[in-house]
Design a protein around this ligand. Sequence first.
Ligand code: RAM
Length: 360
Amino acid sequence: MRKSSIRRTCAALAAVTSLALAVTACGGTTKKDVEKEGGSAAAAGKADPNAATKKGLTVGFLPKQVNNPYFTVADKGGEKALKELGSTYKEVGTSSGTDTAGQVSYVNTLTQQQVDAMAVSAQDPGALCTALKQAMQNDIKVVTYDSDANPECRNAFISQASADDLGRTQVQLLAEQIGNKGEIAILSAAQTATNQNAWIEIMKDELKDPKYKDIKLVKVAYGDDDAQKSFQQTQGLLQEHPGIKGIISPTTVGIKAAAQYLSGSKYKGKVKLTGLGTPNDMRKYVKNGTVDEFELWDPAKLGELAARTAVALASGQITGKEGETFKAGDMGEYTIGADGVISLGKPTVFNAGNIDQYNF
Ligand code: RAM
C-alpha cells in the first residue's frame, strides 16, 4: 500500500474510532513502510536540500489563542507565505490562553484532517506531547512557533529571538528606566507558558548581576493573556506592593492591560512599564507618557518563517536536525540550531522616536 493511501485509511479509521486507537493501529507502520519501500531520503530520516518545494500542501496553524492580535498578525504572515508557495493555510485554536485540553483536541482534529504540517504555539510544553507525537507518527510535520513544546514532540521550533536575549534585554530596559533601584514585579501570561517561563528564568539570572543589587523582584503575577485578569493583577500588584518602581510584562496582552491600568492611575509615568508589546497596542501609552520603551520582534515574520519551515520539512529539504540549512524565500537562508531551534533574529526596541515607523 502506498504511504498516501495508508494515511488516508488511517485517518478514516481515526474519524470513526478513537484517535488513539487508530494511531496505535496505523501510526507505527507508516514510517517503517516507507523506509522498506525505499522511500525518499527525508522519509528515511535524511534531508535532501535539493528536493523541490512541494505545492498543494495544507498547513494548519494552532496559535496559543485565536483572538489575540499578536497571533492574528503572526498567522497572517504564515497565510501569506503559504499562498506564495502554492499551499493552503488554515487556522484553528482556542480563545482562551489557558485551555490546554482545547489545544490537544485541535491537534487531534488537524491530524484527523490529514494536514501535511502544523505550526503550533504551545500553552504548555508537555500537555500537547502525546497528540503531537501521534501527528508525527502519521507523517505530519510539526513545527512549534512562539512557544515551544518539549523538543521530542516536534520537528523544529521557530523562536522569535534567543530566550537569553529576550530575558536579559527586558531587565536591562527596566533597570535603566528606574535608575537601577527599587522593587519590581513581572506580569506574565499563563503559569504554564513555555516562552514566558523561559524568559522569566533568564530575567532572574540577569538580576543576579551585582549592578542590580538595589533591584528586588517582589512578585511574578499571571494574567493568563486575558485583558481583564491582567488589568486586575496589575492593580493587585500595586496594592500589595505600593513601593513598586517598575513592571516587566513579557506578553502583548499583559503589557497593554498594565499600561491601560497605569495610564488611568496615580502611578502614570512614575511606575515604569516595559516588556513585549506590539507598536499598535502601545503607541497610545508611549505618546501619553505611560511607557518609555518596550520591545518585540515582527510577529508576521515569525509566522512566515513557521510556514516556510513547515513546507521545507514536508518537502524533505530539512528534517529538523542541527546544522541543516534551507532557504526561506525573501527572508534568506536559515540554519537549524541545537534541539531543532531556528531563531528569527534580534528584537526591536520601540520608543517615542521610532514607534510611528511600525504598523503591527
Ligand atoms: C502574547 C503571547 C505570546 C507572546 C507574546 C509576546 O501575545 O503570550 O506567546 O510571544 O505575548
